[in-house]
Design a protein around this ligand. Structure first.
Ligand SMILES: [Zn+2]
Length: 462
């Protein structure tokens, strides 16, 4: 069996602030070349940093079933090297320069109104300014990797729009190949009628857990965001998706080294994974533990908060901050242009009722363990144990926690989040918490008088 280990780095805009101390991001030129060659580079969203990912192969039995699309994409991606908007609110045109023709698919989505353009095997090498473009009917845009070999642009529309034209112009003489999309305004009824026939945004990949008699507990590590969804930036030139991926890969390596656990990554490259897919991966692998990694950020003038927090699932948020965070993290699919209209209310909701008591109890137990361990090595946020309605935590049979590693809006936290030393300490703490969790989960603890050993109800945090 082959596995793919990812070597990656975070690059910064040339105009960004001076380098943060202790940043040990492996910015090697060859990695960037790899990234371009393997078509997994992404540049996403307003105020997002460029993030390149490269992959090298090494043998290992453990990753046979990793569902993160780590297999090498077809060679020779098409580069999208310039993009612009023209026109006004009566007709807005998107033009993207490409180095050759590609297949495209376009469709529109409501709530909020968006235009989605999928491009086969395209890598965006646009200038940072392109991520900021807005004009006429387009209020914002994002672009990046959706899945291996698939790129996506999402245009936020100011209201209901119709795609009047969408085509590719072949290269002629000194003119590059061009993607052209013309948008015109429409009314909500027409929009609903014309946007009905759209393709599924992301076809779920088959997940075939290959335990092969391996009885070790499966731990699913879920680096948040990815690809077209950069996560937060905290007004820095870093992206949440990159910071949590590097931490997740470091945690994976340490857990695999113990030999005690089987580790599955929801993603190990800069690829978008829908929230529901992350849950599906955890359930399909019958995970014993699911750990979702994120980094928080507050508004620009509210940047004092610091430290890590650990969240479990609840139907009522433990405080206003937790509610805000869950709402923000739950927007990942919407940001990436995934069509959520097919999900019934029951599925799109949190399904807390289905979360079995024992699963919730285990989640709470691990969350407490994790906070204790993180306290020893990293600053934890005041009231670090919280709960809210995170969609990614809704597997009713998998103990699941979501870790906000720190606040990217805090300069001090950002310095930690991007340093090798902190990442090493934080992942050590996570491994210790995981060891402790499984030790107490499997060893029969003598129950205290009047209590059962482990059926402790999920304590309402804070
Ligand atoms: Zn996040």
């Amino acid at each position: 069996m082959r596995m793919v280990q990812t070597t990656w780095h975070i690059t910064r805009f040339p105009c960004a602030a001076p380098p943060v101390g202790g940043l040990a991001i492996r910015a090697r030129a060859w990695a960037l070349l790899w990234a371009l060659a393997l078509a997994v580079a992404g540049l996403c969203g307003p105020a997002a940093a460029q993030d390149a990912t490269g992959s090298i192969a090494r043998p290992s039995p453990a990753r046979a079933s990793a569902p993160d699309g780590a297999s090498a994409p077809a060679p020779g991606p098409t580069l999208a090297h310039d993009a612009r908007l023209a026109g006004d609110a009566g007709r807005t045109r998107l033009v993207v320069d490409l180095d050759r023709s590609v297949d495209i698919r376009t469709f529109t989505l409501a709530n909020p109104y968006r235009v989605v353009v999928d491009l086969d095997n395209v890598v965006f090498t646009l200038s940072p300014e392109a991520a900021q473009m807005q004009r006429g009917l387009v209020s914002a845009c994002r672009y990046g990797v959706l899945a291996p070999g698939k790129a996506r642009m999402v245009l936020d529309a100011t209201g209901p729009v119709t795609i009047d034209k969408a085509f590719i112009l072949d290269a002629v003489d000194d003119q590059p190949a061009r993607l052209v999309v013309d948008l015109v305004p429409t009314d909500a009824q027409t929009f609903a009628r014309t946007s009905a026939a759209r393709p599924a945004a992301v076809a779920p990949a088959a997940i075939t857990p290959a335990a092969n008699g391996d009885a070790r507990p499966v731990i699913v590590i879920d680096p948040g965001h990815g690809g077209i969804d950069s996560g937060t930036t905290g007004y820095s030139s870093y992206t949440e998706k990159s910071i949590v991926l590097e931490t997740g890969l470091a945690l994976r390596d340490k857990l695999e080294k113990t030999g005690v656990y089987r580790v599955v990554m929801t993603r190990s490259t800069d690829t978008f994974i829908p929230l529901g897919e992350r849950v599906r991966i955890a359930r399909a692998h019958q995970a014993a533990l699911f750990i979702s990694l994120h980094a928080d950020a507050l508004a620009r003038n509210d940047g004092r908060a610091r430290g890590a927090s650990v969240y479990t699932l609840s139907d009522t948020a433990s405080d206003a901050d937790a509610a805000r965070l869950a709402e923000q993290e739950n927007k990942a699919d919407l940001i990436a242009g995934v069509d959520l209209s097919d999900e019934s209310e029951a599925v799109a909701g949190i399904l807390v009722d289905l979360a079995q008591r024992e699963t919730r109890s285990f989640s709470a137990h691990f969350a407490r363990e994790l906070v204790q361990r993180l306290k020893n090595v990293a600053r934890t946020h005041h009231g670090a144990l919280k709960s809210a309605g995170f969609r990614v935590l809704r597997a009713h049979d998998v103990p699941s926690v979501l870790v906000e590693l720190g606040y990217m809006s805090s300069k001090d936290d950002l310095k930690l989040l991007t340093s090798d030393a902190w990442r090493d300490q934080a992942t050590d703490a996570m491994v210790a918490a995981i060891d402790e969790f499984f030790a107490t989960k499997t060893a029969p603890t003598p129950p205290a008088a009047g209590q059962t050993a482990r059926a402790e109800p999920a304590k309402s945090p804070n």
